[in-house]
Ligand binder design. Structure first.
Ligand code: ASP
Ligand code: MG
Length: 426
């Protein structure tokens, strides 16, 4: 039988008992005749705690040392899981990301995997061992330094390993039963999805669903790795992320549901550049300055200029964490561009409706905006893709907007389906 790759998140590894429970689960798969490779996250809130610790020592810790510190969290988990497995009479070998052959670029804190050379893993499997790999980390091909993949990166480690090893499936174990039609903390009647396409999952992840790391989904799509998101606290079938129409699904494989879900995001801010002269090259200059400052942009809106003044406003959203950098970069070009002033607003939220079925169904937008209107929610900005409609709203009404939309599209389950088994939500 083939290779199964599993990933256990921090809430599944919160303490010694949790680790023993995970070890039993891993051993079951081995007993069933599979080779097992497991990527682990740091225990519980370890990564947050390490970040806090670093900030207590230094306001701006060097990125290299930050990566050295944070990778320790996953090393603790991998060794403990391997110990627990050996107590069950099986042998396990733990490897750091670097030992496992996870090769990255050299960007500390958000490195990208550029190759996986799993020689030591295949050898250990061949010797009959269960393999445990520290998630979220790798080694730079250029600098030989240890890197991290960005918060939540263990998912990406797991999918990258699954792709490199040609695994049958990558199982992502978390503290909920799968991917839901909305965040169950906001919508208690959210429904579990049996199956979701890579494209829909990419949009969900990009729009604030934290269940899977965005890059893990990109990786899965590129290499065709079926991802099974499920709970480590139950035996229930979770959500399959795949484009394979044969994949397990309870029923309606003939007709795809129109809407996969409603996602929300409270991590963005909005900047408005007020009074930009309406002439060639101004927008280019503004976004050039932002690109040079390495700021990631999301939605962009330019109003038509007022006839009397020939001045226009340009607004865009960006991660709040990039807010200061962006404001500084823009302030520097004020005289050159000749705009009037900058406005910064971080009391915003984004609500997105996602579904591959909306391509062929008219009236989705009007229903969405109608639901928002009935809930008294004012729309600040709008952007769309082929399978997504997103709006920016006031931060204080995000929950209302999500619930109203969820109900309007008949996504509410009859009873509460979502159980949040663990985790502190940190
Ligand atoms: N421990 C890291 C984090 O908390 C990586 C992960 O959990 O995937 O972000
Ligand atoms: Mg995590």
């Amino acid at each position: 039988m083939g290779i199964v790759v599993q990933k256990y998140g921090g809430s599944s590894l919160a303490d010694a008992d949790a680790i023993k429970r995970v070890a039993r689960r891993i051993v079951e798969v081995k007993k069933a005749g599979h080779d097992v490779v497991v990527a682990v996250s740091a225990m519980g809130d370890t990564t947050d705690d390490l970040e806090d610790l670093a900030r207590g020592v230094s306001p701006l810790p060097p990125a290299r040392e930050m990566d050295m510190l944070l990778t320790a969290g996953e090393r603790i988990s991998m060794a403990l899981v391997a110990m627990a497995i050996s107590d069950l009479g099986f042998t396990a070998r733990s490897f750091t990301g670097s030992q496992a052959g996870v090769i990255t670029d050299s960007v500390h804190g958000k490195a990208k995997i550029i190759d996986v050379t799993p020689g030591r893993i295949t050898q250990a499997i061949g010797d009959g061992h269960i393999v445990i790999v520290a998630g979220f980390q790798g080694v730079s091909a250029d600098t030989k330094e240890i890197t991290t993949l960005g918060r939540g990166g263990s998912d990406t480690t797991a999918v990258a390993l699954a792709a490199a090893l040609g695994a049958d499936v990558c199982e992502i174990y978390t503290d909920v039963d799968g991917v839901f039609t909305a965040d169950p903390r906001v919508v208690p009647h959210a429904r579990k999805l049996d199956r979701v396409s890579y494209e829909e999952m990419l949009e969900l992840a990009a729009c604030g669903s934290k269940i899977l790391h965005l890059r893990c989904v990109e990786y899965g799509r590129r290499y065709g790795v079926p991802i099974h998101v499920r709970s480590s606290f139950s035996q229930l079938e979770g959500t399959w992320v795949t484009n394979d129409p044969q994949a397990p699904s309870q029923g309606d494989t003939m007709e795809q549901p129109i809407i996969a879900g409603v996602a929300h995001d409270r991590s963005e801010a909005k900047i408005t550049v007020v009074g930009v002269p309406d002439k060639v090259g101004e927008a280019a200059r503004i976004f050039e300055a932002l690109a040079e400052a390495q700021v990631n942009l999301d939605m962009i809106v330019q109003n038509i200029s007022a006839a009397a003044t020939s001045l226009t406003d340009i607004s865009f959203t960006l991660p709040r964490t990039d807010g200061q950098t962006a404001m500084t970069a823009l302030a520097r070009i004020q005289a050159e561009v000749g705009y009037d002033k900058l406005l910064y607003d971080d009391k915003i939220g984004k609500v997105s409706l996602i579904g591959a079925g909306m391509r062929s169904h008219p009236g989705i937008t009007s229903k969405f905006f109608g639901a928002l209107a009935s809930a008294g929610v004012n729309i600040g900005m709008i952007s769309t893709s082929e399978i997504r409609i997103s709006v920016i709203v006031d931060e204080s009404v995000v929950d209302d907007a999500v619930r109203a939309t969820h109900t309007a599209f008949d996504l509410d389950a009859d009873e509460v389906e979502a159980v949040v088994y663990g985790g502190t939500g940190r």
